[in-house]
Design a protein around this ligand. Sequence first.
Ligand code: ATP
Length: 357
Amino acid sequence: MNEERLVSAEQSVDDQAIDAALRPKKLDDFIGQERVREQLSLVLHSALRRGRTPDHVLLSGGPGLGKTTLAMIIAAELGRPLRITSGPAIERAGDLAAVLSTLSEGEVLFLDEIHRMARPAEEMLYLAMEDFRVDVVVGKGPGATAIPLDIAPFTLVGATTRAGMLPGPLRDRFGFVAHMDFYEPAELEVIVRRSAGLLGVRVDDEAAAEVAFRSRGTPRIANRLLRRVRDYAEVRADGVVTRELARAALDLYEVDAQGLDRLDRAVLRALLVKFGGGPVGLSTLAVSVGEEPETVEVVAEPFLVRQGLLARTARGRVATPAAWAHLGLTPPPGAAAPFPAAAPGAGALFDVGGEGD
Ligand SMILES: Nc1ncnc2c1ncn2[C@@H]1O[C@H](COP(=O)(O)OP(=O)(O)OP(=O)(O)O)[C@@H](O)[C@H]1O
């Protein structure tokens, strides 16, 4: 169901063309992520000065935060071609050898979802990253021989949503690791205004702020909400997006003032109304909203936790005071405190898996 959500950060089929059209092409046009941008600029420009290929770059961060965009910008800033592949496309070492052996001097290789690459290919990549060499194995069994093959110096840009899943030896071979954070509303507002300009949508500043605020810190979601708001303004008004129109459109699509959607709110409401704010086990909570536990855990909870609306404790899921306020409800006397510091037997707080019902 993640794919169908308006507030999913994953790329949908509809997003593909628009993502491409809205990508900034230069580092200076890339909005937000100040530290990453500055660090990357130094890495790239010092390599350019020295006439060398820059260190390999690892981009780590959630979907829709701009990793593909940055990879394209890196190639553009270096004035080099970009080759794009992804971990799941590399099922065998031979798949990677085919890519590496056809790279041109200085080419930028973007390997998206690098944590999903096949293990034997990973080992081939170590050597390629370090020595610009691959060992091509010819034959099978005891007669197999490894033929070393030089490859052109290249820059690998790896992207991952799960930096923790990368084996240490692979992570260590990146000279520069960029951690991409969620964007601030003010940064997203600039992105919304820029995208509106490119799409020819007239959006006033207050409306841009409204869209930004509901975009869960993610440019891809901001661009998607902007499109829905544009449709609404075109059909129901004169095409100019005002704050009132943006609010009405996003309310219609059930994306609320903090970016929660129907599922998020259903989970929160069940936790508050049916279970008095918790603690309640994940499976019980999931059944009460008619979803699988995994859907609640993977799709709804991370954002609720990030927003400080829900806490995962050793005793189960607990609503925070902000959750009551967000849904305009009053906690009953004695509602569970999210952080029962003094309660005997209360366990650790966050991200404790496996609590019972
Ligand atoms: N800093 C930014 N400034 C302007 N637009 C941005 C920025 N970051 C991302 N975007 C826009 O958001 C959309 C998604 O970005 P992109 O495809 O680069 O994300 P991603 O991190 O590679 O996502 P995924 O991990 O799902 O592939 C693109 O349209 C891109 O233009």
